[in-house]
Design a protein around this ligand. Structure first.
Ligand code: GYE
Length: 334
């Protein structure tokens, strides 16, 4: 730089002109970088993610996992909370298509009605990854892969445990069921798996089954109705911990002892659920892991690079009794 100061006027002018061109060039380049919205040639992957909502402890843990994993993986995350509405998810996905993100991922609130918007993403050449919940589209080419749990299996494990517990029951065992939101894959599948498993013992009967929308408030409200309408309830199967936790309030208010007068089985194994299980208020939980973030980011990198990925990736899960919950609780991450 010292040398430049000694340069003659014409050289200085040329140097100034060159630096103006250079700055202009960088600025123009910067404009086109951000102007596109999502596509950047800086090698950074942009993911548009549409989340179901914030209805449960599971969902909160899932959102945290996705946000943390994106930051860790250096993936730029555009995140939208659909507040349980399919129309909001469709809107968010259309926005991501317009913004030309590199990958779209979402957790579909219900199974049906996605073909049109998925086709739009495919036509725009943007790969889609389903996470947590799946869709019922016949055309599997509309998405690259589905990462999540086997919900039928969760329901089955819950039912099998009950069959074992009640194998010596001589009379009818009355079961009430709190379902997830209507049309959601985990609601449909957990119901199916549980129903199939308890068919092994004709004494086990579902006497009432209603959606509680995966929320505590929903669980409490529907359980109150169940208790009013049915004098003898032996078992509650709730499709998630939160509905089970809401139901605890209704059961206690009705003067019954949860975990003793009514056997309670749930799905998820989030901290509050595990605490209720350790305390003996719940009796059994089939685990469903919300920690899908790291695997999702890994898949996003692969599909972005054009690599083949398996069409279905299943989460590893277990089940918990009271004793096992006591043991697992201190190290539970969510
Ligand atoms: O079990 C429930 C949540 O889709 C697996 O959604 C998820 C379910 C989870 O609201 O707590």
């Amino acid at each position: 730089m010292g040398k430049m100061r000694t340069q003659s006027a014409p050289w200085r002018a040329a140097a100034v002109l060159a630096s103006v061109l250079l700055v202009g060039g960088v600025a123009a380049c910067g404009n086109s970088d951000t102007g596109g919205g999502g596509t950047k040639d800086d090698g950074k992957i942009t993911m548009g993610f549409s989340q179901v909502g914030a209805e449960s402890g599971w969902r909160t843990a899932n959102t945290t996992s996705i946000k943390e994993a994106a930051a860790e993986a250096g993936i730029e995350l555009k995140f939208d909370d659909a507040q349980q509405k399919q129309e909001n998810q469709i809107k968010a996905i259309r926005n991501y298509i317009q913004q030309k993100v590199d990958v779209i991922a979402f957790s579909p609130v219900v199974e049906s009605g996605w073909d049109t918007v998925l086709k739009e993403a495919k036509d725009a050449d943007i790969p889609v990854i389903l996470t947590d919940r799946s869709v019922d589209s016949a055309d599997k080419s509309l998405y690259k892969t589905f990462l999540g749990s086997d919900f039928v299996k969760e329901g089955k494990l819950a039912g099998e445990w009950l069959v074992e517990q009640k194998k010596t029951a001589s009379g009818p065992v009355n079961i009430v069921e709190l379902q997830g939101n209507t049309g959601a894959a985990p609601a449909n599948d957990r119901k199916k798996g549980f129903g199939e498993a308890i068919a092994a013992n004709p004494n086990l009967k579902i006497i009432a089954s209603q959606p509680g929308d995966f929320t505590r408030a929903g669980g409490k409200q529907v359980m109150e109705q169940f208790l009013k309408a049915n004098p003898k309830i032996d078992v509650l199967f709730a499709h998630n911990d939160d509905m089970g936790l809401g139901a605890l309030e209704a059961i206690t208010a009705a003067g019954k002892v949860p975990g003793k007068d009514i056997t309670i089985i749930t799905v998820d194994a989030v901290k509050d659920g595990m605490q209720a299980l350790a305390d003996g208020k719940f009796n059994f939980i089939a685990e469903c892991s919300p920690l899908l973030g790291p695997q999702l980011m890994d898949l996003a990198k692969k599909v972005h690079a054009g690599e083949e990925v398996p069409p279905r990736i299943e989460t590893e899960e277990t089940t918990f009794t009271t004793e096992q919950a006591k043991e697992a609780l201190p190290n539970r991450k969510y």
